[in-house]
Design a protein around this ligand. Structure first.
Ligand SMILES: [Zn+2]
Length: 329
C-alpha cells in the first residue's frame, strides 16, 4: 500500500475516489519537470527544480508556474506528463478524474490544441484497463477576454470527443465582468457541454451568484467566498450547485487569508461550514505539484483540521462521484 494512504482512517483509504478539480499544468512534479526540460534541450537537476518549487510568495509561485509550464511544447510532452499524473492518481486509489486543460494557454503559445489533446487521450486511455477513467475540461483564461474564451469553446467542439465533458474559465476572476462571458457560455450550452468557472476564490459571493445566474454554472471552482452570504449558501444548496474545494491551495495562494482575514490558517477554512450547510462540496487538489499536496493529504488534513467523522469523510468521497459530469467508465 502507498505509505501516504496509511495516514488515512483505513475505511477512507480503501475507498475509490474521484478528483474533480485538478489542473494538468499544475501537476508537474520536479522529476517530470526535469524530463520535460531535457526534451527541450535543457539539462536541469531535480535539486535545482525542487529549489525553484520552494517559493516564498504568490509572485514567486506564478514565476515558477510559468517557467515550468513553458516546457510543455510538444504533444509528446503532454503525453509524458499525463502518464505521470495517472500513475500518481492510481497510487492514491483515484478511479475517476476530470482534468482541466489550459487550452487558452496552448492557443496563446501557438500550439494545436487538438494535437495535444490526442496525445493526452493516447496516454490516458490505457489506464482504463487499470481502473482509472479520465475526462477533460477545456479551460480558458478569464483575463484574455470573451473572444479568446470563445476560441477555446470552438476547439472543444472541434475535437469531438465524449471525453471532453465541460468548459471552464480560470485565471483572474476580478478581470472581466461576468456579463461579458454570457455569450461564451450560451455557446457551451448549445454544444452540450457542462459549465464550470473559477469564482469566489479571491472574489466575493457576488462573483459566484453571477456565475450561476448569468452563465448557468453548474459547478464552481473554489467558491469559498460563499461563506459571506447566507442567502447564496441557501441558493447553492437548493439548486445543487457544487463547490470544488481545494483547501491547501487556498492557504498557499493566500486566498484563504483574503477571504477569512490575515493570519487565517487551514483550520479556519470554511469547508466544514459549507459542507454542513448542505451545499454539495467536493474535495480536490487544484495544482498538487505546485502546492506540495495530494488528494490523500487533503483527506488526511480534512480529518484532522476540520474534525470530520469517518461518516462525513465517506460522504465527501461519495460526492466526488455524485457531482462528476462524467462517469467512471
Ligand atoms: Zn483551479
Amino acid at each position: 500500500m502507498n505509505p501516504e494512504l496509511k495516514k488515512l482512517p483505513a475505511k477512507i483509504a480503501q475507498l475509490p475516489k474521484a478528483e474533480l478539480h485538478l489542473h494538468l499544468e499544475g501537476s508537474i512534479r520536479p522529476e517530470v519537470a526535469r524530463a520535460l526540460a531535457s526534451r527541450c534541450g535543457e539539462e536541469i537537476s531535480t535539486e535545482e527544480i525542487i529549489r525553484r518549487y520552494a517559493y516564498k510568495d504568490f509572485t514567486e509561485f506564478i514565476e515558477t508556474f510559468k517557467w515550468v509550464t513553458s516546457y510543455l511544447r510538444k504533444p509528446e510532452s503532454f503525453g509524458l506528463l499525463a502518464v505521470d499524473v495517472c500513475e500518481q492518481l492510481l497510487a492514491q486509489n483515484v478511479a475517476y478524474a476530470e482534468i482541466t486543460l489550459s487550452v487558452g494557454i496552448m492557443i496563446l503559445r501557438g500550439q494545436d490544441p487538438q494535437e495535444n489533446f490526442e496525445a493526452l487521450l493516447a496516454a490516458t486511455e490505457p489506464y482504463e484497463k487499470r481502473g482509472l477513467y479520465i475526462n477533460w475540461v477545456f479551460d480558458a483564461v478569464r483575463q484574455f477576454g470573451a473572444d479568446a474564451a470563445m476560441e477555446v469553446v470552438e476547439w472543444a467542439h472541434r475535437c469531438k470527443s465524449r471525453r471532453i465533458v465541460a468548459f471552464g474559465i480560470g485565471g483572474d476572476e476580478l478581470s472581466i465582468p461576468t456579463r461579458e462571458l454570457q455569450r461564451v457560455y450560451n455557446r457551451v450550452g448549445e454544444y452540450g457541454m457542462h459549465r464550470l468557472i473559477h469564482a469566489g476564490e479571491i472574489g466575493g459571493p457576488e462573483k459566484i451568484r453571477e456565475a450561476v445566474e448569468l452563465l448557468g454554472a453548474e459547478r464552481i471552482g473554489h467558491g469559498i467566498g460563499a461563506i459571506h452570504d447566507r442567502e447564496l449558501m441557501d441558493m447553492l444548496k437548493e439548486r445543487g450547485i457544487t463547490l470544488e474545494l481545494c483547501p491547501v491551495s487556498n492557504v498557499k495562494t493566500g486566498a484563504l487569508e483574503r477571504q477569512m482575514g490575515e493570519g487565517a490558517e487551514l483550520a479556519g477554512h470554511p469547508f466544514p461550514k459549507l459542507f454542513r450547510h448542505g451545499i454539495p462540496v467536493v474535495l480536490s487538489t487544484d495544482d498538487p505539484a505546485m502546492f506540495h499536496t495530494t488528494l490523500t493529504r487533503e483527506y488526511e488534513l480534512a480529518a484532522r483540521e476540520f474534525g470530520f467523522t469517518d461518516e462525513e469523510l465517506v460522504g465527501i468521497v461519495e460526492n466526488g462521484f455524485r457531482y462528476a459530469f462524467g462517469e467512471a467508465r
